[in-house]
Design a protein around this ligand. Structure first.
Ligand code: HPA
Length: 173
């Protein structure tokens, strides 16, 4: 099925702050066929990259990444906001298009040498992606790709991470 995913993304002016156009992907999720199609596209990409495991940053990376992992029959590892994971963690901080935050992963979540594809809903400045890569590499994993529903190329995320293979379903300029 060839899908025009932009038909299922709502653009919201001045959310959460004035001057930001928020790309809301929830209409993809609420349509079973479209959610499955989006998941399938990301899963095909992750398979092609040889993913052993999917990492998804909290919170929308859980929604996007979990079905990709189950379609491929590989594991899913959450990268969480601080103080959520109960065991020993690694932490990395990052800046967002608006604001900043940190991500944590359990120290034993990735086995050394595992090939990882990171999944999330949207790449803006690539701050979240940068933090996730730092964590995965500290744990001994190899990031073989990153897959998104939406990319905002004008924020130049790819240029900040020239060595990372990046896939996105749609782009907004
Ligand atoms: N939509 C969703 N998440 C985001 C956006 C957006 O436009 N920009 C930064 N994070």
């Amino acid at each position: 099925m060839t899908v025009d995913f932009k038909k299922y993304i709502a653009s919201v002016q001045d959310f959460p702050n004035k001057g930001i156009v928020f790309r809301d992907i929830t209409p993809i999720l609420s349509d079973g066929e479209i959610f499955r199609a989006a998941t399938h596209e990301l899963a095909e990409y992750a398979k092609k990259r040889g993913a052993d495991v999917i990492v998804g940053p909290e919170a929308r990376g859980f929604i996007v990444g979990c079905p990709v992992a189950t379609e491929l029959g590989v594991g899913f590892v959450p990268a969480r906001k601080p103080h959520k994971l109960p065991r020993e963690v690694e932490r990395a901080s990052y800046d967002l298009e608006y604001g900043s935050n940190s991500l944590e992963m359990h120290k034993d979540a990735i086995k050394p040498g595992q090939k990882v594809v990171i999944c999330d809903d949207l790449m803006a400045t690539a701050g979240t992606l940068h933090a996730a890569i730092e964590l995965i590499e500290r744990l001994g994993g190899e990031v073989v790709g990153a897959a998104f529903y939406v990319e905002l190329p004008d924020l130049k995320g790819r240029e900040k991470l020239p060595n990372v293979d990046i896939f996105s379903l749609v782009q907004y300029h």
